[in-house]
Design a protein around this ligand. Structure first.
Ligand code: CDP
Length: 227
């Protein structure tokens, strides 16, 4: 496949024309527990794209602020965050530490601060400048990469989302559901970059779909005529 790096187009015609395939960003946004991480990782693996977990950045900022007794806006600009198979803050592996319910809650509060968002969005845009990416979060299609060739808004019923996350954490579904409701409310009503489907996003309700089914649909959106 011929790739021309550094160019981008929103024209589906160009993208689907073999021999004239440009770099691609697939934006996957949606609320907690909709399956974004599993889907984004699997799509990235299937297509050989890189994977950006933007939520891990907000979580890392929240964790560092909590531990240092500082405001998220004070730590966000300088914090060294490395995303990969493991998440590193400075030299420390925080992969598990950023997934606790306390950090989830703190991340959603930190993410409502415009100065924290500005710092994270700038880093995310720098990363997405080159190469093929699957990026997931809340504002990838609306703010970080509005020119993304594929935009998906993944959702599922609140019950199903809570059930999935409770399974993952080994926690009580009712407790998870009320914590998620609080975060959903904050994420969708904040004045800066609220969670909402991007213009042109395909809304996918995953309540009754298996992971491979969702992955296949996203891959088909990227390559309707196969690869
Ligand atoms: O995995 P889950 O969907 O529960 O959360 P996450 O994607 O790791 O994000 C944690 C929190 O960071 C969310 O509740 C949002 O408040 C915030 N976030 C955001 O505001 N914008 C993003 N692009 C990603 C996450």
């Amino acid at each position: 496949m011929c790739r021309i790096r550094g160019l981008q187009t929103t024209s589906r015609g160009f993208r689907n024309d073999p021999g004239w395939v440009l770099r691609m960003v697939i934006a996957i946004d949606g609320p907690a527990g909709a399956g974004k991480s599993s889907v984004a990782r699997a799509v990235a693996k299937a297509l050989g794209f890189r994977y950006l977990d933007s939520g891990a950045m907000y979580r890392s900022v929240a964790l560092a602020a909590l531990e240092r007794g500082l405001e998220p806006s004070e730590v966000a600009p300088e914090l060294r965050i490395e995303l990969g198979t493991r998440v590193l803050v400075g030299d420390r592996d925080v992969t598990d530490a950023i997934r606790t319910p306390g950090v989830s809650e703190a991340a959603s509060r930190a993410a409502a601060d415009p100065s924290v968002r500005a710092a994270m969005v700038a880093r995310q845009r720098r990363l997405l400048q080159d190469g093929d990416w699957v990026a997931e979060g809340r504002d990838i299609g609306t703010v970080v990469a509005p020119g993304a060739e594929v935009k998906v808004f993944l959702t599922a019923s609140p019950e199903e989302r809570a059930r999935r996350r409770a399974d993952e954490l080994g926690a009580d579904p009712a407790t998870v559901r009320s914590e998620q409701a609080l975060r959903d409310e904050r994420d969708t009503t904040r004045s800066h970059s609220p969670l909402e489907p991007a213009p042109g996003a395909v809304v996918l309700d995953t309540s009754d779909l298996t992971l491979p089914e969702v992955v296949q649909r996203v891959v088909e959106l990227a390559y309707p005529q196969g690869r």
